[in-house]
Design a protein around this ligand. Structure first.
Ligand code: ADP
Length: 480
């Protein structure tokens, strides 16, 4: 069992009263480790430290900030053999996926190390001759990052990378399901040479810490990834001091299979995207809108792909699909599947909890394919966040687009067609922040990731991700 402390002001500390909480492995039920149960006081101490560190960090040359981020990226890769198993034990994903996550986190830090050196201002043509207009980019100040469990290491890198590169100092609050993974990132940044107080990572009572961060006027930015419900609460709280917010919230991704799609490509991409991280991703296809003539064949092909998936403890190199993170996740999947079957969906494969043998102590659900799903079923109305592919027949293109957009969410959408003109028209008509056309690997460090409508505000990745942590200042300079 691992014990870790929090990082505040360059020191490893316990919660003030010494309280801790444990994290259990979702595959086995065994305790993975214990971390401090911090609250409002610890959050204030972290903000004190971040505030004290800000003037020094803000004025450190971008090149020197970059060196620390590069070093942290190297350390992450060197420690992949320690950090990846930690992710798997806390979150459940297969070890092969956890290693990829660590590599992705290193990529993010590397990208932002360099991108921070290109935070250019402008010299603007002036309408009058005795003045010059110029802009500079400056860090927003102390930033708070509240991160989810499903990608616990790279989600921190995606926020802390640009924050540090921009010259902000940060207070990070990792999810309660994955605190050890979050503290492993803290350790890496600390050892890479981030000065005391530049990165602070606190674990504990989420609502209490969240409230303390919102109430503190010194925190100028909240960057959050998680549920729409908590995102709304943070946005409301941020209004008091007009803090800037970046919100990456829930999704209900449509996956459109038009009647001229390449079914081999569709089946391959859908099987890999849908069951990645046991379907626990905000960009996971939640509603597969299939041209009706393809329904039976796509269901059969997916069933074959699913039959080959090995479900088990992610620490086993052969595992393709791990457990769900919490029992409540399995309950939700079970309720959605039961509801769909009761309303007339066809169960093609899966459709049950896995409770025997190697699955007995964990939160496992069999990868599932449902065909002939209709819009009155919970699987199409809510984000299932589990290993269920719900295939909904559609009769024409207009219906497919209308149904795809008929959701409060607008994060990712996918579109499969061989017709380039249709691809362009439909991609333009989809009300989502990201559209994968004949490709389902949406995220890249070089590109902006984020949603519209109830899926959030702001973008992470690309140069846009750095903008989230920068202010633009105008300097009007009299020349007499
Ligand atoms: P999920 O349902 O995926 O767990 P949450 O939105 O509950 O998503 O969690 C995402 C992050 O938000 C986690 O770090 C969690 O601890 C944090 N969180 C949850 N509730 C609150 C809250 N009331 N205030 C601030 N942070 C919160």
């Amino acid at each position: 069992m691992i014990h870790r402390q929090m990082l505040v002001g360059g020191h490893w500390v316990d919660a003030l009263g010494g309280a801790t909480f444990e994290r259990h492995n979702p595959a086995t039920g065994q305790v993975v480790g214990a971390v401090p149960l911090g609250g409002a006081k610890e959050a204030r101490h972290a903000v004190d430290a971040a505030t004290d560190a800000l003037p020094g960090w803000r004025s450190t040359p971008a090149r020197d900030r970059a060196r620390i981020l590069h070093r942290a990226a190297e350390l992450l890769l060197q420690r992949s053999d320690e950090i990846a198993p930690l992710i798997t034990q806390e979150e459940g994903k297969p070890i092969t996926a956890a290693r990829k996550e660590v590599a992705a986190a290193a990529e993010l830090l590397t990208w932002y190390a360099e991108e921070g050196r290109r935070a250019y201002g402008q010299w603007i043509p002036d309408p009058v001759s005795d003045r010059r207009l110029l802009t500079i980019r400056q860090p927003v100040g102390v930033a708070a990052a509240i991160t989810p469990w499903n990608v616990p290491v790279s989600m921190i890198a995606r926020k802390v990378g640009p924050a540090l590169a921009a010259g902000c100092t940060v207070v990070v609050k990792p999810a309660e399901q994955t605190p050890l993974s979050g503290l492993a990132v803290a350790e890496v940044l600390h050892e890479a040479g981030a000065p005391a107080g530049v990165v602070n990572v606190i674990t504990g009572d989420a609502p209490e810490i969240g409230q303390a961060l919102l109430a503190d006027e010194r925190v100028r930015k909240i960057s959050f990834t998680g549920s729409t419900e908590v995102g709304r609460l943070l946005m409301r709280g941020a209004a008091a001091h007009v803090k800037r917010v970046s919100l990456e919230l829930g999704g209900s991704a449509p996956f459109l299979v038009l009647d001229d799609a390449d079914l081999d490509l569709v089946a391959r991409d859908l099987a890999s995207t849908k069951f990645r991280n046991a379907g626990q991703a905000c960009v996971s296809p939640n509603r597969v809108l299939v041209a009706r003539p393809f329904m039976a064949e796509l269901a059969d092909r997916l069933a074959d792909a699913v039959a080959a998936l090995r479900v088990g403890n992610g620490l086993d190199e052969a595992t393709d699909v791990g457990p769900l993170v919490e029992p409540a996740g399995v309950d939700k999947v079970e309720a959605h599947v039961k509801d769909a079957l009761a309303k007339g969906a066809r169960g093609v494969v899966g459709g049950r909890r896995l409770t025997d043998g190697p699955h007995a102590a964990g939160h496992f659900y069999a990868p599932t394919v449902l065909a002939d799903v209709t819009l009155d079923m919970l699987v199409t109305q809510e984000e299932t966040f589990g290993p269920v592919a719900a295939l909904i027949p559609v009769d024409d293109l207009e219906q497919a687009i209308a149904q795809a957009n008929d959701t409060p969410f607008g994060l990712a959408a996918y579109l499969y067609t061989r017709d380039i003109s249709r691809a362009v028209r439909v991609a333009e008509a989809l009300e989502f922040g990201m559209v994968g056309v004949n490709d389902s690997r949406i995220a890249a460090v070089e590109a902006p990731f984020g949603g519209v409508k109830s899926s959030g505000i702001g973008r992470e990745g690309g140069h846009e991700g750095l903008d989230e942590f920068l202010e633009t200042k105008l300097i009007a300079l009299g020349v007499h």
